[in-house]
Design a protein around this ligand. Sequence first.
Ligand SMILES: NC(=O)c1ccc[n+]([C@@H]2O[C@H](COP(=O)([O-])OP(=O)(O)OC[C@H]3O[C@@H](n4cnc5c(N)ncnc54)[C@H](O)[C@@H]3O)[C@@H](O)[C@H]2O)c1
Length: 453
Amino acid sequence: MKVTVIGTGYVGLVTGACLADVGNDVLCIDVDPKKIERLNRGEIPIHEPGLDTIVARNAAAGRLKFSTSYADAVAYATLIFIAVGTPSDEDGSADLSHVLNCARTLGQKLERDALVVVKSTVPVGTNDQVRAALQGELNARGAKIKVSTASNPEFLKEGFAVEDFMRPDRIVVGVNDEASAQTLRALYAPFNRNRDRLLVMDVRSAEFTKYAANAMLAVRISFMNEMANMADRLGVDIEEVRHGIGSDPRIGPHFLYAGVGFGGSCFPKDLRALVHTAEGIEEPAAMLRSSIKVNERQRGILFEKIKEFFGGDIKGKTIALWGLAFKANTDDMREAPSLTLIDLLTRAGARVQAYDPVAADNAQQILKSTAGVAFASSARAACEGADVLAVITEWLEFRSPDFEWLADTLKRKALFDGRNLYDPDFVRSNGLQYFGVGRGRIHPKSMVLNSWS
Ligand SMILES: NC(=O)c1ccc[n+]([C@@H]2O[C@H](COP(=O)([O-])OP(=O)(O)OC[C@H]3O[C@@H](n4cnc5c(N)ncnc54)[C@H](O)[C@@H]3O)[C@@H](O)[C@H]2O)c1
């Protein structure tokens, strides 16, 4: 099939490349000429494992092309995906201006019948707005063509985006007519071979499914963080609890990790947008609000622990920071918890020596006017001259560090594990003090001493 994808960000580029990889002819367009220039030179503007190979393979085969032109976009295909950003507006609502701009421009340019599919995460009712914007432009120029719209929210995870697209758990499609369902069924057939993953539903339900999925995951994280903070005070190890509850099939083992709170380009903004939607229909959305509140506190949890360690005054201290990206395997810094920690530390007068294997350039752009932050070229270099180490992102290369070396190098011999990556006893046995998130288990030694004292 021939497909146009509008927006070549994390979602649009992955969608375009993966659709091309199963034999479709795909044109990706973007309003950002620099991005398109880079893509046409064979460079990938984002870090997404495996994406470079797929883009290169399909560009070389002539199945994947890039352009900045909407004229090219409408001339190329009658199946058009909108995958542009929907960032938070000032009031927390989803800013739909990019999506509606696309719709209007398509309405001005389309010359033949088409199916326009919204892949961006958009609030319930947006598809109706897209239809109205398109139809308004078609009417204005008296164009007698039929344009259908559909919703196809994307569930890929950054860092695993290619794998998620190629082997999806489900493909949610919201349609207004059977013909649109058939077109999308045909497009996704290659990803559906061993079992049918296509869930066809009405458009509004499809739009809401995406928000409900992200909200559920965010609530789960906040729930575990709340448990972890209690565990810290109760002498409980949240990691034991995670295994204890995750083995219940009604709960399941995924997404039960306590840590420094959620960030990234989706959960925070999608939760805010959902709360905004709830306000509009006078629903309390108490769980969503609580999840946001718990997360706000959690993003500062390591700062609280570090400050307590230094007796309340961290002025002049140097904190080594491992990881800047909001999670491993991505260069995405949008709403990364590391930014909250850096802000709190530098405001309190500490210096930060940060290292991230891929997100450092993006972080440097964001932090260029923040005084007190230096970027190191390696994990070890970040620790040179530092008082303590804080681990924020669960990159593979941080999983098994040389703890002895860390104990020799860190002046105050303390490790703050924001992702609960390490075994506290093992870290301690190497001469470091260990502080995790919810790792409050009372050390067996102190239990013996306590019982005799
Ligand atoms: N990033 C994720 O993990 C993820 C996962 C699922 C869903 N989503 C949703 O998908 C959408 C896109 O997210 P993203 O992370 O890919 O965004 P992004 O910011 O990485 O990319 C958006 C792209 O759209 C381009 N663009 C903006 N306006 C345009 C226009 N009028 N015409 C053409 N191009 C335009 C931008 O230049 C940019 O390259 C959002 O709604 C997001 O919530 C994202």
